[in-house]
Design a protein around this ligand. Structure first.
Ligand code: CP
Ligand code: NVA
Length: 317
């Protein structure tokens, strides 16, 4: 076990100072096809991923990304392990820390990934909780950075949820202005927003909230939405009624900058929060976002599990 204090990624705020470098690293690494064949910073390491909720992108991008970095990925589905049945988070974390070099965890309550990080002696990455989705935001800001100059602010239309929390934190860290529209009563977490405003101020960016989608998307360079009812909220189907007028459709996007990018973390519920015409349009960058989950997580894994190798490559670029 190394003497260096381990670091975790529970919310993107945990790595906010290095986020621009983490994203730059991921972009260079993605395009550096000759170098990235031989760079194996996770050689001899094993990374376990625990899932309490379903996943397509997160699971596959972690498995393939760890493999490409020379490590061994292990996927631990909740129904197949003792966690939550006959074993506590603390005991699970302590035992897994004896086998693994890093743990990713997709859970319901954010307190659970916080507890896993507190009790594990290896780095823990939040692979989505009810409050944060940091890996998604790293990939999203990577996709926005790859497009070059964003013609206007980043807008959010929909629920003030886990994806939005890390998007606004990461956007503030990267100096982007954000305008978000949520229905009354679906506003984001106030503690997260206070921190986002603080980061934005440090980076000369602004954050504006409204309940009017047209106001949020007018002249926007990015329009981002997500499903209205998240995993774990299935019993709250009455939430849908509040989102009347919040669908991202052809009429709403007509208020944005002509070169706006449409973004969605996926999975999308077509016909609910977004129309086919928008999600399949030339403005849509949803597949770049999905691909970048892998590259951004490779940068994050190297940063957390082999920081010397991460710095060595950073200093080369
Ligand atoms: N965006 C995202 O986290 O997708 P999955 O739920 O498929 O992992
Ligand atoms: N807000 C969504 C994101 C899915 C990737 C959820 O938590 O279900």
């Amino acid at each position: 076990m190394s003497d260096i204090e381990k670091r975790d990624l529970l919310a993107i705020d945990d790595l906010v100072d290095d986020l621009p470098d983490i994203i730059e690293w991921a972009i260079r690494y993605k395009n550096d096809t000759e170098f990235n064949q031989d760079f194996k910073p996770l050689d001899g390491m094993s990374i376990g991923s625990i899932y309490e909720k379903p996943s397509t992108r997160t699971r596959v991008s972690f498995e393939v990304g760890v493999h490409k970095l020379g490590g061994q990925p292990l996927t631990l589905l909740k129904n197949d392990i003792q966690l939550g049945k006959s074993e506590s988070i603390g005991d699970t974390a302590a035992v897994l820390s004896r086998y693994l070099d890093g743990i990713t965890y997709r859970c319901f309550g954010h307190a659970d990934v916080t507890e896993l990080a507190r009790t594990a002696t290896v780095p823990v990455i939040n692979a989505l909780s009810d409050l944060h989705h940091p890996c998604q935001s790293a990939a999203d800001l990577m996709a926005i950075t790859e497009r070059g100059k964003t013609p206007g602010h980043i807008s959010w239309v929909g629920d003030g949820n886990n994806v939005f929390h890390d998007l606004v934190l990461a956007s503030a860290a990267m100096g982007h202005d954000v305008k978000y529209a949520t229905p009354l009563g679906m506003e984001p977490n106030e503690q997260v927003m206070q921190r986002a405003r603080q980061i934005a101020e440090q980076n000369g960016a602004s954050i504006t909230g409204t309940n009017d989608p047209v106001e949020a998307v007018s002249d926007a360079g990015v329009i981002y939405t997500d499903i209205f009812v998240s995993m774990g909220e299935e019993h709250m189907s009455d939430k849908f009624a509040a989102f009347e007028g919040f669908q991202v459709n052809e009429e709403l996007v007509s208020h944005a900058h002509p070169d706006y990018a449409f973004m969605h973390c996926l999975p999308a519920h077509r016909g609910e929060e977004v129309t086919d015409g928008v999600i399949d349009s030339k403005n849509s960058i949803i597949l770049d976002q999905a691909e970048n989950r892998m590259w951004a997580q490779m940068s994050l894994l190297t940063y957390l599990c082999n920081n010397d190798a991460w710095k060595t490559y950073r200093d080369l670029i």
